[in-house]
Every structure is written in structure tokens, then in C-alpha cells.
Write a protein that binds this ligand. Structure first.
Ligand code: RB5
Length: 164
């Protein structure tokens, strides 16, 4: 499966471990960053993950920040992204079977690596068997994407503005 993964600076080590584990299971993984522990902003990465999934370049997304709240909310703002913040295996299953979620989000400071790995497996292996009409309603709450670009913030970041 083609998987896009991303995180903020709080949980880069967790993201790297999840990425290794997904690659070892044979998945193709695109890591949108962040790649180190320098302070950044989770909306940048939430948006990147969701755009790659909503455009269907990648089958599913994995989004991680400290609590999972910031990055899951950020991803959810992109039309076509259906994000589930998951802390247990049943939620991972239902997110897929009923909601047809295409992004699974975690709090890397809240949930252990073992649960995250298992939850991603459940998410991947569960088929949607819910009401397509409801998912269509959900997808059409937002009619069009008119998203911002974080180009300015990324330039400021390169110049060191966000460094602690
Ligand atoms: C740090 O930016 C922290 O707020 C973030 O990782 C996350 O916990 C937000 O939900």
C-alpha cells in the first residue's frame, strides 16, 4: 500500500519508528516531514499529508503530533480527507468500516508504538461496509478546497525564525 506519513517536531522519533515498521512490512512510504526536532507547526504537515491522500497519490495517511489533536484537525480541513484520531484498535476498525477514513492520526505522547502499529494494520486490513451516501454527505460539507500556502512560514523557518 502507498502510505504518506508526517508529524510535528514533538514526535519525529515516533514517526521514524512507524515509518521503518511500515517499510519492513512492504509498504511504500512517503515521509513529508518534519525530519528533526526543531520547532515547527503541525498544520504544515497535516495539510501535506491530507493533500497527498485527497489527490489519491497515496492510499492512506498517518499523521502524528503530541496529542494527535492538532495534526488530525489540520488534515481534516482538506476536502476529501477523512481523518480518525485513534487510540485503540476498535476505533481504527470502525473508522474504516463505517467512516471510510483515509487518514489515521495518533498522539505520539499519548499512545504507545505497539498500539499504533497494530492500529495501522487494522486500519489497512478493514474494508468499508458502511453507507456510501453518508460518506458522500461528509465529503461534500466542504465544496471546494481553497487552502493557504505555508510558503512564507517555511521561508521564515529556514531563516531560523522558529528555532528555540
Ligand atoms: C506541540 O506543537 C503540540 O501542541 C502538538 O504536538 C500537539 O500536541 C497538538 O495537538
Amino acid at each position: 500500500m502507498k502510505i504518506v506519513i508526517g508529524c510535528d517536531h514533538i514526535v519525529t522519533d515516533v514517526k521514524d519508528k512507524l515509518k521503518e515498521s511500515l517499510i519492513s512490512k512492504g509498504h511504500e512510504v512517503y515521509d513529508v516531514g518534519t525530519y528533526d526536532f526543531v520547532r515547527t507547526h503541525y498544520p504544515i504537515f497535516g495539510q501535506k499529508i491530507a493533500e497527498n491522500v485527497a489527490s489519491k497519490k497515496y492510499d492512506i495517511g498517518v499523521a502524528i503530533c503530541g496529542t494527535g489533536v492538532g495534526i488530525s484537525n489540520s488534515s481534516q480541513k482538506i476536502k476529501g480527507a477523512r481523518v480518525a484520531l485513534v487510540r485503540d484498535l476498535l476505533s481504527a476498525e470502525i473508522a474504516r468500516s463505517q467512516y471510510d477514513a483515509n487518514i489515521i492520526a495518533f498522539g505520539g505522547r499519548i499512545t504507545g508504538l505497539g498500539i499504533m502499529e497494530e492500529a495501522i494494520d487494522v486500519f489497512i486490513n478493514t474494508k468499508f461496509n458502511g453507507e456510501k451516501e453518508v460518506v458522500n454527505f461528509l465529503d461534500n460539507i466542504v465544496k471546494k478546497n481553497k487552502t493557504v500556502s505555508f510558503k512564507k512560514e517555511l521561508k521564515d523557518w529556514e531563516k531560523g525564525k522558529y528555532h528555540d
